[in-house]
Design a protein. Structure first.
Length: 295
């Protein structure tokens, strides 16, 4: 299925307009952290971060998502001062080096405000603006796009014993509520992107159920971002380490596209570009078959 909304497939992110009519957008992951689960420590210097951002854009990334605080299971939070020290020089440098929109992965309103001033146009908040009550004001006043993600618990403890009675129903209800809260805070509906939070307070069966039923979120009327690249559930299925999950990621990305994901947050941009293009082409023909009655 191709993602559509009642008011058109678009997200307003400051002066940018993100369109989803052709294919899902590719969000390249750039972590400037020492301890992220996949690429921690690889891009801590400004020079290496800029080089990586340029590489991802050349490979087909539509957006670069920059994070300076790890949210892997078991991770400890960092201070706002430290997050700003890691993040802002990189956002400024990457903004000058590439032409695609920049997203910043943070739950802190002070960090988001500085990042937007430095050139970011999307705030990717894994807490859906629940950790910092000032986040909604930053998004509303700046006009930045915002990703509202579901997470049960906090990164340090979220994988200890996550429980759900009905994972799809509960995540759907949470996202619907946060969408309503965001609009009540003065954030335009067209600024909002939703994320079911694969791997954030979910066991294997929870992740697989959400991925298989992503289309159930289409009635929320906003683009769905899915982050499945190299994640732990793929490792559980394949019994493979983080660096050896490319083909598992490809399979999950293809399913996400078929289920209507509008944005894919990925590490291996060149490979997943081909997966997304192929899966999108097939999905378009699947939609066509469903639309045309059989003789």
């Amino acid at each position: 299925m191709t993602f559509q909304t009642s008011d058109g497939p678009v997200v307003k992110a400051a002066h940018h307009r993100l369109h989803f009519s052709e294919r899902p957008l590719l969000v390249g992951v750039l972590n400037v952290t020492p301890d992220s689960f996949s690429d921690g420590g690889l891009y801590e210097s400004q020079e290496s971060a800029v080089a990586r951002a340029r590489q991802m854009v050349e490979e087909g990334a539509d957006i670069i998502d920059i994070g300076a605080e790890s949210s892997r299971p078991g991770s400890e939070p960092v201070s706002e001062t430290e997050e700003l020290r890691r993040l802002i020089p990189v956002v400024e440098a990457v903004h000058d080096a590439v032409s695609v929109p920049l997203s910043v992965d943070t739950t802190k309103s002070g960090v988001a405000r500085r990042a937007v001033q430095a050139g970011a146009v999307i705030v990717n908040d894994i807490s859906a603006m629940t950790f910092d009550p000032g986040m909604a004001r930053v998004v509303s006043e700046s006009g930045a796009g915002v990703v509202l993600m579901h997470m049960q618990g906090i990164p340090r403890t979220m994988q200890r014993a996550p429980r759900y009675d009905d994972i799809v129903k509960e995540v759907h209800a949470f996202l619907a509520d946060r969408l309503q809260v965001a609009e009540a805070a003065g954030i335009s509906r067209k600024q909002i992107i939703l994320d079911p939070g694969i791997g954030f307070g979910k066991l294997l069966e929870h992740n697989l159920t959400l991925l298989a039923q992503l289309s159930m979120f289409s009635n929320l009327g906003r683009p769905l971002l899915v982050g499945i690249s190299r994640k732990g559930f793929i490792g559980q299925i394949l019994q493979r380490s983080v660096g050896d999950r490319l083909f598992g990621t490809a399979a999950a990305v293809a399913i996400a596209v078929q289920q209507g994901a509008a944005m894919l947050r990925i590490h291996d941009v060149a490979a997943m570009r081909d997966v997304v293009r192929t899966a999108t082409a097939i999905s378009h023909y699947t939609d066509r078959v469903h639309e045309v009655p059989h003789a």
